[in-house]
Design a binder for this molecule. Structure first.
Ligand code: 13P
Ligand code: SF4
Length: 329
């Protein structure tokens, strides 16, 4: 079957998206890594934690999730009564791909005395096998609330896990997954860039490998990096995360200069997330028009996955007592 298409383009396409959004009583949520034209049409642009909270709180009937599949699935887990559509259902994530549920289950079974603290960048099945989900903006706060002697498996991002282990002094068993986008920054090129802009701080996402994070003046989630850009006294920032976030920075701070950290070829093109880039304006229009592709999750799986997500939301807002933090039984 041929994929649906549209002849609409330019302002006509944008106007139709806006009209359909009203007609459908839809909200468009977009991650910072989406193309600027999509960010500009969104009702809300945010990091993974903020987007999960928005998905949970909205009273719209349709959530159009402009991000990757695990984000849209998270929205559906938290808001099962809503229609959740994703412009391209093939928009996956290398971290999710690195962690097949059967292998994760076997790993857990080898370490029965460990709890599984799991990055939100994973499948619904892996969420259902986990005790607590974290995002990059909530991980440290959540980790700090776990008893010091609690044994922990952290997956699937070994760079985020390694960063948290170094920062908090925790000894965690790390699943060996990586983000192919953050993995692609070049230390050699970053050092050269820094030499050209010695006064510019470097802000890095914790999905970056340790040799990149080691050069950073600030390490944090996409929203954290955006906030650092606002707060920093200087006028130039080197940004070591997916470069589409620079769109929000330039909108909010037109007088500052933002330079994407380079990949091995000396520019940042290899750091564009190929999964996020699958969503286009045309596909956004089509999914609003046809209400497909929709996220569907089997109810018992959804309820299991929701437990670990609810723990994240409670711990991120500080509403869980120590007694509630045991492993899934
Ligand atoms: P945050 O937006 O939570 O920092 O996560 C980034 C990410 O992994 C998106 O893929
Ligand atoms: Fe996954 Fe990395 Fe793309 Fe985020 S940037 S969706 S972690 S591949």
């Amino acid at each position: 079957m041929n994929a649906p298409t549209t002849k609409l383009a330019g302002p006509e396409l944008i106007n139709e998206i806006k009209r359909l959004k009203q007609e459908r009583n839809a909200i468009i949520l977009a991650h910072y890594y989406q193309a600027p034209a999509i960010q500009d049409l969104a009702d809300y642009v945010g990091d993974s934690l903020e987007l999960s909270k928005k998905a949970q709180a909205t009273d719209a009937e349709v959530i159009v999730f402009c991000g990757v599949r695990f984000m849209a699935e998270t929205a559906k887990i938290l808001s099962p009564e809503k229609i959740v559509v994703l412009p391209d259902m093939d928009a996956g994530c290398s971290l999710e791909d690195s962690c097949p549920p059967d292998q994760f289950k076997a790993f857990r079974e080898q370490h029965p005395d460990h709890i599984a603290l799991t990055y939100i960048n994973c499948s619904t099945e892996v969420k259902a096998l986990s005790d607590i989900i974290v995002t990059s903006s909530s991980a440290e706060k959540i980790l700090d609330q776990l008893p010091k002697d609690q044994k922990i498996i952290f997956g699937p991002d070994r760079h985020l896990g390694g960063y948290l282990a170094r920062k908090t002094g925790r000894d965690m068993l790390l699943w060996p997954g990586v983000c192919i986008v953050h993995e692609a920054f070049s230390e050699t090129e970053l050092v050269k860039l820094k030499a050209q802009h010695p006064d510019a701080p470097i802000a890095a996402h914790p999905e970056c490998p340790a040799h990149i994070v080691a050069h950073a003046d600030y390490v944090g989630s996409t929203s954290g990096i955006l906030q650092f850009a606002k707060d920093m006294p200087g006028d130039t920032l080197i940004v070591a995360t997916e470069p589409h976030i620079i769109h929000q920075m330039e909108k909010a701070m037109p007088d500052k200069t933002f330079i994407g950290a380079p990949g091995a070829d000396g520019n940042c093109n290899c750091n564009i997330c190929p999964f996020m880039a699958m969503n286009t304006l045309e596909k956004l229009y089509l999914c609003l028009r046809d209400l497909t592709p929709q996220v569907h999750i089997e109810e018992s799986l959804r309820l299991e996955a929701k437990k670990s997500l609810d723990r994240m939301l409670d711990l991120a807002s500080g509403t869980v007592g120590q007694g509630d933090l045991g492993a899934r039984t």
